[in-house]
Design a protein around this ligand. Structure first.
Ligand code: UN1
Length: 489
């Protein structure tokens, strides 16, 4: 049985608490590892180690920092299958999606490594003679990262890789349900030559360890992916001390199915978006806004397809839908199916906890129809295999319904009409809009993030990846040999 201590200054160090917690396979309830819980003193040691490493790392030229990432990407590629298997065991998602999670980590590692030769600033003229102006990018310092369990390697990689290439050092707390893939990623980075102390890992509950990171006076910025509720708390705590925060929070992502849509393709998109990753993506399609003219045909096909989905252990090739992550998520999903029925929505299929010959946490793919746009099941993020069908009579109403949410991450429209597609692109309040494709599957060279309750204006990955982890400095270089006054001379 694996037992992990904390990673501080490149070595595995005992925590100062005697507490541990277990990492469990959600399909089988088999124990995978035990981890030590950090105290706030341990977080403090991790922060000191990150600052000790900062001078040398931040002074290392970005293309040299990038060499570590290029090498790490090669090692991740070599170990992809082994890591994907562990990811399915730890998180539950089916093996093809686990491979995708590792691939996304490899992709962002290579993309961020490329940024090592693209740390561009701007040069411009001055309003004064003999003066030159430019901008440069500087690292922020020690960054605190708090990551979720649904993309155990991809999301930590989205944060870590751009932060490292930009010259920052890191104290990271991975989700307690899935710490192993973060540990593996950091081990690979160290094998690729990352100096000790550049990344430090602490484990334990958000309420204590996460809070110690958020409140640590020497952590300059927090990068968080998780729930809206926790995000609001982190932002308000950081607001009190003007700490920089970047947030990737929830979604209530709609797929609009217009009356001219290719119905089979829309059904494929909804199955993939709503039940892929057992609905546990912040980009998951949790609302389907369907035109009344195609509602019956669409619903029949969706129901038929949903009933063929096979639940089980994600390692088996025949499994379509894996377990949900833990018991409290299972209870939450079950609670929402009761709420939906109490609100008067029609439960078309699913709604039950099941045991497909395994001890783990399984929930049937669930469809509600005749959902009113203001019902709780159409408003609150459930984070499970539950989708709400809402009927509309036209595009304008569909877009209004799509926007009737506190979130704004992903969105999609199925239509053959160019005008409808462009109207949706223009009018849907979201960070991502797909045309004739599901709400999931963002690629790493495009910016990822959302509006309203989904975020605070930052984007991860894409050309914005490094912006999350750098500060811009404006530089004025005066070679006139005398005092020149802007706005006055
Ligand atoms: C998430 O669910 O938090 O676009 C991230 C997607 C994936 C990333 C999802 N590439 O669905």
């Amino acid at each position: 049985m694996l037992e992990y201590k904390l990673l501080i200054n490149g070595t595995w160090a005992d925590s100062s608490t005697n507490d541990t917690f277990d990492d469990i396979n959600p399909a089988t309830l088999e124990k995978l590892a035990t981890l030590q819980v950090a105290s706030s003193d341990d977080v403090d040691r991790a922060v000191k180690s990150a600052w000790d490493a900062f001078t040398t790392w931040s002074e290392t030229p970005p293309p040299k920092r990038a060499q570590v990432l290029f090498k790490a990407a090669r090692i991740l590629e070599e170990r992809k299958e082994e890591l994907a298997t562990l990811l399915t065991q730890e998180m539950g998602k089916v093996i093809s999606e686990a491979r995708g999670d590792i691939q996304e980590a490899i992709d962002i590692t290579l993309y961020a490594a490329g940024e090592g030769r693209r740390m561009f600033g701007e040069t411009t003229t001055s309003e004064l003679k003999n003066k030159f102006c430019m901008t440069i990018l500087r690292p922020i310092g020690v960054i605190g990262m708090i990551t979720p369990w649904n993309f155990p390697m991809a999301i930590p990689a989205w944060k870590v890789m751009p932060a490292l290439v930009a010259g920052n050092t890191v104290v990271m707390k991975p989700a307690s349900d899935t710490p192993l893939l973060t540990i593996k990623m950091v081990e690979v980075l160290m094998e690729a030559g990352l100096p000790p102390g550049v990344i430090n890992l602490v484990f334990g509950p958000g309420g204590t360890v996460g809070s110690a990171i958020v409140h640590h006076p020497d952590i300059r910025a927090i990068s968080f992916t998780g729930s809206l509720e926790t995000g609001k708390w982190i932002m308000s705590e950081c607001g009190k001390v003007m700490k920089r925060v970047s947030m990737e929070l929830g979604g209530k992502n709609p797929i609009i199915v217009m009356d001219d849509a290719d119905i089979d393709s829309a059904v494929d998109g909804v199955i993939w978006g709503a039940f892929g990753t057992t609905g546990q993506r912040c980009t998951a399609a949790s609302r389907v806004i369907v035109h009344e003219k195609v509602k019956a045909a669409f619903t029949d096909k969706l129901l038929a397809r949903t009933r063929t989905l096979k639940l089980g252990d994600g390692l088996l090739p025949e499994t379509d839908v894996g377990p949900v992550i833990n018991l409290s998520q299972l209870d939450k999903i079950e609670k929402y199916t009761r709420i939906g029925q109490d609100e008067g929505a029609v439960l078309l299929t699913g709604g039950n906890v099941v045991k497909p010959g395994l001890a783990g946490y399984f929930f049937e793919p669930t469809i509600f129809t005749d959902v009113d746009q203001d019902m709780r099941i159409a408003q609150e993020e459930i984070f499970g295999p539950v989708v709400a069908l809402i009927t509309v009579s036209g595009l304008e109403e569909a877009i209004e319904v799509a926007n009737n949410t506190v979130y704004g991450l992903s969105s999609s429209i199925y239509t053959k009409d160019i005008t409808s597609a462009f109207r949706a692109i223009e009018k849907i309040d979201a960070g991502i809009t797909y045309i004739n494709s599901s709400t999931i599957g963002a690629e790493v060279h495009l910016p990822f993030g959302g509006v309203k309750g989904t975020g605070n204006g930052f984007r991860e990955a894409g050309t914005d990846a490094v912006k999350e982890f750098t500060e811009v400095k404006a530089v004025y270089f005066d070679y006139s040999g005398k005092l020149q006054k802007a706005q006055i001379d």
